[in-house]
Design a protein around this ligand. Structure first.
Ligand code: SF4
Length: 333
């Protein structure tokens, strides 16, 4: 397929809570003294995002944070049993400001997905790897029940049954083999083949974080990323495909030449709270990188143009107010 565009989404990133039931060896996000953002703090971020022209409210947080009594107590104080119910109301707040929620709720049930579908333009969950070997003793997911491939693939499957536009991907460089990367992408493809709901695949490279058990672990060679990218493009000729540009400064053009067609979410107001050392590139930088390779940079919504028909009723008016006839953000906005 001859592509003409490279896309990105302008988002405001809300790191709702750093409490997480998992303990991935490379994670610099979760905390042993966890906190959860109150509604006022979330509203403030949403306001800043809206004022800066963001269209996407990206909600990311640790999995099942209620396992921490202090987080459960805060939620109860605010009238919620679970973070998912709190998130639902915050998504409504975002929608009131004209922002389109994209939530990454971790491993959740079909019922939770159904609830969140009502207030999200799209949702996401990284598969990371389909290899159960990475959950064995001494491996990075040993203490992360939520990283069991079966559990994550089940979420992808349920999202597909419900028709939720979905973003997923693989994490490269945490001890998996090249064959396992291919198997992971094949596993995503099988779910997509059944339901047609995967709008975007992220090929994410491991970056060591200080203070984590994998702080001294080497980053994967560039060739591993290129191989994964090319294989993903072979399997998914029409799907959004990106390698996070803030984790790979100077490599954007290279990735476009090897199959990428998206730069992911870029925020003009918030850092990448999961990779705080890696700053987002500016929009002008993305534009120059795209044009150098012969592409036009287009802003997209958190829901890709081909999936706009999937958005819930309550979001349709907002979506229609943003897009042109091709489903990209109207250049005048
Ligand atoms: S699931 Fe995410 S937030 Fe939780 S420990 Fe793993 S990487 Fe960190």
């Amino acid at each position: 397929m001859q592509r003409k565009y490279v896309t990105f989404s302008k988002n405001v990133f809300i790191p709702l809570t750093d409490a997480c039931r998992n303990r991935c060896s490379y994670c610099g996000f979760r905390s042993d003294a966890p906190t959860i953002m109150g509604r006022d703090a979330v509203l403030e971020l949403l306001r800043r995002g809206s004022a800066a022209g963001c269209k996407e409210a990206l909600f990311t947080f640790g999995e099942a944070p209620e396992v921490y009594p202090e987080i459960k107590a805060r939620l109860e104080e605010w009238g919620y049993e679970r973070v998912i119910d709190y998130l639902y109301d915050l998504c409504l707040d975002a929608i009131d400001m004209g922002l389109l929620p994209h939530s990454n709720p971790g491993v959740v049930t079909r019922k939770d997905l159904e609830l969140l579908q009502d207030v999200n333009a799209s949702m996401g969950l990284m598969l990371e790897s389909s290899s159960p070997r990475l959950c064995e003793e001494g491996m990075p997911h040993e203490k992360s029940p939520g990283k069991l491939p079966k559990a994550r693939l089940k979420v992808l499957e349920e999202a597909g049954r419900l028709g939720i536009p979905f973003t997923t991907g693989v994490l490269i460089g945490i001890g998996e083999t090249e064959e396992e990367v291919k198997e992971s992408l094949q596993a995503i493809w099988r779910v997509h083949d059944r339901h047609g709901h995967i709008q975007e695949i992220i090929i994410q490279n491991f970056r060591p974080k200080s203070g984590t058990p994998m702080a001294g672990y080497p980053e994967p060679p560039l060739s591993r990323l290129i191989d994964a990218l090319e294989y993903a493009r072979e399997l998914f000729p029409d799907t959004g495909l990106q390698v996070p540009p803030n984790l790979n400064p100077g490599r954007m053009g290279l990735f476009l030449r090897h199959g990428a067609n998206d730069f992911g979410g870029i925020s003009p107001v918030t850092p990448d709270f999961v990779n705080p050392d890696d700053r987002w590139p500016r929009e002008g930088h993305l534009r120059r990188a795209a044009e150098k390779e012969g592409y036009r940079l287009r802003e997209r919504l958190p829901v890709y143009p081909g999936f706009i028909a999937f958005v819930p009723e309550r979001l349709k008016t907002i979506v229609a107010s943003y897009v042109d006839k091709d489903g990209f953000v109207n250049a005048a906005r």
